[in-house]
Design a protein around this ligand. Structure first.
Ligand code: ATP
Ligand code: MG
Length: 512
């Protein structure tokens, strides 16, 4: 049985046209005159190359799973209305018509989806999967094409349709069902799909949504299977709790994957725009989160890190140029204009203008780090004390190394803070690359040391040394020590703040 000559199925549903075609069959729009509503009808097919015996086993299992899926009632799960059995044993599934498009279509049209919207989609999917798992139904084929978006509603479709014993991906005849890009390593190995397999696929789907490409790609199914089973996906660029979530879901070992409660906490943290998840796990909300929040303006953003770094860098420049070296001296700017080479003035102005362009690029913290490093070098060259060392030394009149005057002391401090903000921005993605916390802790300490010692490091790298006796200009020895004390305090605050931020974003450890 199928569409008859008049385009009617089972004497009831009138064909209104095909909505789309997937790997397992086509989906049709149809009118049900008995209930006066439009429906979607999925026609299931199995690949041509499977044997007759496999085909009948397949149909029987699809039928059984369709029944199980029909028992699911949830706002984020497409409602199955009816099942029509074809003469060849092929089931046709009549279901709720979703007026929208799939996440796969959305990604094809606009590339990546903003992180907060991805989180809202993830929360709805998690609700749907949790409800199904509670009733013993495993989806087995979670992927962007099976996530339908109707306005701000998120609906998961094709529950259990990919079910074939053993499990489902490779048949005896070698045929592959569906899209393997989102299959879990255990499914690829031919093991039975479990709720944890759906969580893997949820991770792979959200990865594709935020990154604009699936976590694993390969030119052939074989290559894809090897990649899924053996390789780590490229660390997501977004960083933060979303990167933790993706890393925790895409664990090869199903037992090591995040629990649904942990997934919920991390998604909620992204959805709340970086607010920390509650320490305690919340029970699943009685009213499932099936609404998608309005799209935020970008992917993973680090406004505080990026803008903090820029503001601190500008303060460093202002301090170096507008404060005198000694209270009796002229300000750095007038010396810069009189003594420094023109290119240095031009380079400084260009660097400031370019840095203004970074103000709105809060999703690109990696650009700010080199920008702040360039400032640091220019600042050391533009500071008055450098002229003594560079210009006067070249004239052979002095062999003094640059010393740290009043203005440069403040620039040193502000530059250290700028570098720390810039490091904080890139640490989120560093975190995703460094699953071992000890490595990240070491990186944070090294970053802090680099940030605090930036000024002497630049002088030494330029080979012009530095006069460590700052007391001559900073006023008194006590003030020089005070500067060292403040730098040490800034370093301590940096290490503590990074540790606290990691704890907040990491959330609970994965359940083993
Ligand atoms: N209930 C529904 N209402 C409206 N459109 C739907 C519904 N179910 C599926 N679709 C749309 O029909 C198209 C085909 O879906 P189908 O499930 O056949 O393909 P697929 O998900 O890409 O692959 P697979 O066969 O592996 O599931 C998709 O574009 C999907 O958005
Ligand atoms: Mg589908």
């Amino acid at each position: 049985m199928g569409w008859d000559g008049e385009g009617v199925l089972a004497g009831r549903y009138r064909n209104l046209g095909r909505i789309g075609q997937g790997g397992m069959g086509a989906v049709w729009r149809a009118h049900d005159p008995e209930l006066g509503r439009e429906v979607a009808i999925k026609e299931l097919r199995v690949p041509e190359q499977v044997t007759e015996r496999e085909r009948s086993v397949w149909y029987a299992r699809m039928e059984r799973e369709a029944r199980a899926a029909a028992g699911l009632r949830h706002p984020a799960i497409v409602t199955v209305y009816d099942r029509v059995m074809g003469e060849d044993g092929r089931p046709w599934i009549v279901m709720e018509l979703i007026r929208g498009r799939s996440l796969a279509q959305l990604l094809a049209e606009q590339g990546a989806v903003p992180a907060r919207r991805v989180a809202a989609i993830g929360l709805a999917m998690l609700d749907a999967l949790s409800a199904a798992h509670a009733q013993g139904v495993v989806h087995r084929d979670v992927k962007p094409a099976n996530v339908l978006l109707e306005g701000d509603r998120v609906v998961l479709t094709d529950f259990g349709i990919a079910a074939v014993e053993g499990d489902a991906t490779l048949t005896g005849s070698g045929a592959v069902l569906g899209t393997p890009a989102y299959m879990s390593p255990e499914q690829v190995r031919g093991e039975r799909a479990t709720p944890a397999s759906d969580l893997w696929a949820l991770g792979a789907t959200l990865y594709a949504a935020v990154e604009g490409r699936p976590p694993f790609t390969a030119p052939s199914h074989g290559g894809l299977f090897v990649a899924i089973a053996t390789q780590e996906p490229a660390p997501p660029r977004c960083g933060g709790p979303l990167a933790h979530l993706l890393h925790g879901l895409l664990s090869k070992d199903p037992a090591a994957r995040l629990s649904p409660a942990q997934v919920r906490d991390l998604l909620q943290a992204v959805s709340d725009d970086g607010e920390p998840p509650l320490a305690e796990h919340r029970p699943p909300s009685p009213e499932p989160a099936t609404r998608v929040e309005p799209a935020s303006t970008g992917a993973c953003r680090h406004p505080v890190a990026v803008r903090g770094a820029l503001v601190a860098a500008w303060i460093a420049i202002a301090a170096a140029l507008l404060l005198p070296r000694d209270f009796a001296d002229p300000i750095g700017l007038s010396i810069l204009l009189e003594v420094a080479p023109r290119w240095l003035e031009v380079a400084l102005v260009v660097a400031i203008l370019l840095s203004c362009l970074l103000w709105n690029m809060t999703d690109r913290p990696a650009f700010v780090l080199p920008a702040v490093a360039v400032f640091a070098v220019l600042l050391t060259l533009a500071a008055p004390s450098s002229y003594d060392a560079i210009v006067i030394n070249e004239l052979g009149e002095s062999d003094r190394a640059p010393d740290i005057g009043f203005g440069l002391a403040w620039a040193w401090l502000a530059g250290a803070v700028a570098l720390m903000f810039a490091f904080a921005g890139v640490n989120a993605s560093l975190e995703a690359r460094m699953p071992r916390p000890a490595l990240l802790r070491t990186a944070v300490v090294i970053e802090g040391a680099l940030a605090v010692l930036w000024l002497p490091l630049v002088f030494w790298t330029l080979g012009i040394g530095m006069d460590a006796d700052m007391s001559r200009h900073v006023g008194s020895e006590a003030r020089a020590w005070a500067l060292m004390g403040v730098l040490a305090a800034v370093f301590t605050v940096w290490v503590a703040a990074q540790a606290a931020s990691r704890r907040r974003h990491r959330g609970p450890e994965p359940a083993r």
